[in-house]
Ligand binder design. Structure first.
Ligand SMILES: [Zn+2]
Length: 75
């Protein structure tokens, strides 16, 4: 797709690292599928993927894990 940020580049499917934080808690997900702009480097994570990352990180916070790094796996 055309990049909505720079309006110049084309996005390409790739994998990104997403970091979520809340208070002192940090969760890092690797290998998250995303569309990446070849021009400006902006990353676009699918809304369903973003939602599942938020749910996963909330579970992690509730367990009291301060820092968590994991590979993302589609449900
Ligand atoms: Zn762009």
């Amino acid at each position: 797709m055309k990049c909505p940020v720079c309006k110049n580049g084309e996005t390409k499917k790739g994998k990104v690292v997403v970091t979520l934080s809340k208070d002192e808690f940090i969760t890092v997900y690797r290998n998250v599928p995303a569309d990446i702009c070849q021009n400006c480097g902006e990353e676009f994570v699918d809304s369903s993927v973003a939602r599942s990352l938020l749910e996963l990180s909330t579970e992690t916070y509730q367990k009291g894990v301060i820092v968590d790094i994991r590979d993302y796996r589609a449900a």
